[in-house]
Design a protein around this ligand. Sequence first.
Ligand SMILES: NC(=O)C1=CN([C@@H]2O[C@H](COP(=O)(O)OP(=O)(O)OC[C@H]3O[C@@H](n4cnc5c(N)ncnc54)[C@H](O)[C@@H]3O)[C@@H](O)[C@H]2O)C=CC1
Ligand SMILES: O=C(CO)COP(=O)(O)O
Length: 334
Amino acid sequence: MTGRVAVFGAGSWGTAFSIVLADAGNDVTIWARREEVAQAINEQHENPEYHPGIQLPPAIEATHDVEKAVHEADVVVLAAPSQTLRDNLVEWAPFLPDRAVLVSLMKGVELGTLERMSQVIAEVTGAGPERIAVVSGPNLSPEIARREPAAGVVACTDEGVAQMLQARVHSPAFRPYTSPDVIGCEIGGAYKNVVALASGMAVGLGFGDNTAASVITRGLAETARLAVKLGANPLTLMGLAGLGDLVATCSSPLSRNRTFGEKLGRGMTVSDIVAHTRQVAEGAKSCHSLRELAARHDVDAPVAQYVDDVVAGRMTAAEMMDEVLGRPTKAETE
Ligand SMILES: NC(=O)C1=CN([C@@H]2O[C@H](COP(=O)(O)OP(=O)(O)OC[C@H]3O[C@@H](n4cnc5c(N)ncnc54)[C@H](O)[C@@H]3O)[C@@H](O)[C@H]2O)C=CC1
Ligand SMILES: O=C(CO)COP(=O)(O)O
């Protein structure tokens, strides 16, 4: 099944996912915030800023014009930073085709409203749940852009729409599974970034695999506690959008969140790190929104809480480790 897809966001993931879409047979138009990025994609068939050296397929073109980007698109993919999505959508919404399915690639929770990205999309565009989907999973963009084999989850409460999207994103290197669990996929995706910050801090502090595995496992327990409270299927957290993404992100030096955490662990300040990082590390913001979301639902969330404290400069990474180990002991499944 093929067609025309608009991808909003010419960053790491918007560009890499466009390769998946093109390889799956779609014609793709990327909307780029900066004119020069659109021009480079059209003229050099490359996104030199985000994926230098990767040749983009001929089915991918780019534009800075929103109306042109969505022309004849029946699927619109959103790949902006989570904290700017609302403002972006206010601009884009008047141009979105009435029946297009809106697909979030984003892994964050909005500060202030504490909304997941599908909720922001519903609120700003007025689209119903049958028109809103999420793609998530262990999908580090440099590997996807190199067409290394990977799998992901396409979640939509409407099974038919999930299956349609599954066919549209199924490329020789990318194997998509369907799921009705939008909440589980989104909480899994946002939370793993926060856990990757903690895991990166452990690496930066010089600790080894036992520490990393303990952080990952307790992070997964925390993710599942909140996701289930919000209505997710616990099995989603054991799947690609939960454990799968958590392992990839916490283990890979390619992860921006893990790298950010590693720098915190080595004693760099947030402002120093941000000054030297161009790309988004969603966990540095979502640690706060997830902490608040957990508090609102009376869920114990020490990882989000401590990571937020370190990012806000209230505690060092080393102090965080001491605090975590000094917590009262309890049963593992509590
Ligand atoms: N890079 C990856 O491996 C993956 C990223 N994601 C998620 O995808 C989302 C996008 O991430 P990336 O593409 O990796 O980030 P990025 O930092 O590489 O690119 C972000 C894109 O958004 C644009 N942008 C920045 N500020 C903006 C604004 N105010 N308004 C509109 N556009 C703006 C940038 O120009 C760029 O095109 C994030 O939520 C991330 O967690 C999900 C899976 C994999
Ligand atoms: O979501 C990702 C992999 O699935 C990308 O992780 P980072 O944003 O930490 O690079």
